[in-house]
Ligand binder design. Structure first.
Ligand SMILES: [Fe+2]
Ligand SMILES: [Fe+2]
Length: 469
């Protein structure tokens, strides 16, 4: 059995003097490594990858960059430092001291929140498992692996909480996090988007843009938690998450840029020149954006109300709000009644999933504005749009109805007849996959993608980010 030292597991939780945690992790760590080798990036375990590793929580020097073989990555455990006298910032326990141990009556709800978050981390690694084989450049290949190892660390972060605060149930949950598999019929991952196939780099960039961004908002609301170890853990995870969204937003942006360049060539047919045309990009956006909207849960949700009341899950940046119980407040949303969409006020606590989703939508739109600016600067006429939050939903009050991307209620038959205009078809999928030929020479890039604006950590673009030789 591996002996877990501070050297092997960088941490700020005093692991070397916590025998109980060491024992739990010593039993779990070999299973994690087995899982990583079985379900992590296929075909690259023996390669040197230029990766960043979290080694402290100091803003100035939290990350260390060097070549490492992925199974040797030092998955660490970091919590933001404790703030003295921190108080619960919302809900029924507003103003009480935060909890350092799990209050008994909140145990089940809290465990479910941690397990649900934790489950997404290995799930995304599983979904992205084969993408290394078709990377458009060494720069992108390295970014994929960076995202993968950090999702592995996020799993460690949640397992740390389960092992430390939930005793035997926690250890069982930690095992199950390694047993479920993305897309498996018998033991799928918990949330829908994390069981969807992520077959190529267009989906990868959409996933890191939209699905990792859901992660940002979930972590942000959990970082408000009255359970202090969860809040501190999630705050540190957000540091890493920023890079994942950077990969997504700039990845899509580079596809857009390349499409524009090809549109300006004689004839202007993007596909004929081996690019991803903007209408196709829009369809994949429609798919991953709506799958990600579902991750926020139902528009009207008693679970959301309970977690807020209990002080376990707050709003994004709770400090911005003047009032923190929201007991007398309501929230207006569109609901379907007798075949039409009507505006209705619902009790604020039950609407908190929708409040968080609205923040997320604003954040997504900011990225679209930047992509659209690129298109306009290239002198072209096309606007990438976010579909209505009612379109293509599988969770919540809109999921029983069919809506166009513009938000118009239509019959299911009419929707099915137009599906291929709005969402990727088999033909689109075959075409996009046909572009996915690996490019592994330093500084070279696939023809459907523009080069990055700059390299990683100040390094040149033609740096050998992954040593394949
Ligand atoms: Fe994550
Ligand atoms: Fe992420």
């Amino acid at each position: 059995m591996t002996v877990l030292s501070d050297e092997l597991i960088p941490n700020n939780v005093d692991l070397s003097s916590d025998r109980r945690l060491q024992r739990a992790l010593e039993a779990w760590q070999p299973k994690f490594i087995d899982w990583w080798k079985e379900m992590g990036p296929d075909g690259f375990m023996a390669k040197d990858v230029f990766l960043r590793t979290a080694i402290s929580v100091e803003a100035s020097g939290w990350a260390h960059f060097d070549y490492v073989k992925m199974p040797d990555y030092r998955w660490g455990i970091f919590l933001e430092p404790r703030q003295a006298d921190r108080k619960i910032g919302f809900g029924d326990h507003l103003g009480e001291p935060v909890w350092q141990e799990v209050p008994g009556e909140m145990r089940n709800m809290l465990r479910r929140l941690i397990v649900t978050q934790g489950d997404t981390e290995p799930a995304s690694v599983e979904q992205q498992r084969l993408l290394g084989q078709t990377a458009p450049s060494l720069y992108d290949l390295r970014n994929l692996f960076q995202v993968n190892v950090e999702e592995g660390r996020h799993l460690w972060a949640m397992v740390y909480l389960l092992h430390t605060y939930f005793g035997r149930d926690g250890r069982e949950e930690a095992e199950e996090l390694l047993q479920r598999r993305s897309g498996d019929v018998d033991r799928p991952r918990i949330l829908g988007a994390f069981n969807e196939p992520n077959n190529h780099w267009l989906s990868f960039f959409m996933f890191t843009m939209f699905t990792d961004r859901d992660g940002k908002y979930q972590l942000s609301s959990l970082s408000e938690s009255g359970f202090d170890p969860l809040a501190r853990t999630c705050r540190f995870m957000l540091t890493e998450e920023a890079h994942h969204m950077f990969v997504g937003e700039t990845g899509v942006g580079r596809i857009v840029k390349r499409a524009c360049e090809l549109m300006k060539q004689p004839g202007g047919d993007v596909r004929a020149q081996g690019g991803i045309d903007l209408p196709t990009l829009q369809k994949y956006l429609n798919l991953w954006y709506t799958l990600s909207l579902d991750l926020f849960g139902g528009e009207i949700s008693s679970n959301a109300a309970d977690a807020f009341a209990a002080g376990l899950k707050g709003r994004h940046k709770e400090d911005r709000y003047a009032e923190h119980t929201v007991l007398d407040q309501s929230y207006g949303m569109n609901v379907v009644e007798q075949g039409t969409v009507v505006h209705k006020d619902v009790a604020m606590r039950t609407a908190l999933n929708e409040v968080l989703r609205a923040e997320y939508i604003k954040d997504c739109q900011r990225a679209l504005d930047r992509w659209n600016k690129t298109i306009a600067e290239e002198g072209l006429d096309f606007t990438i749009v976010l579909p209505s939050n009612r379109f293509h939903r599988q969770i919540g009050i809109y999921s029983d109805h069919a809506f166009t991307p513009g938000g118009e209620l239509i019959t299911r038959d009419a929707w099915n007849a137009r599906r291929s205009e709005w969402l990727p078809t088999e033909t689109d999928e075959v075409y996009v996959k046909s572009l996915m030929q690996p490019v592994v020479e330093p500084g070279k890039i696939a023809g459907w993608l523009a080069p990055p604006a700059k390299g990683i950590n100040g390094l040149p673009e033609d740096f050998e980010y992954v040593r394949l030789a």
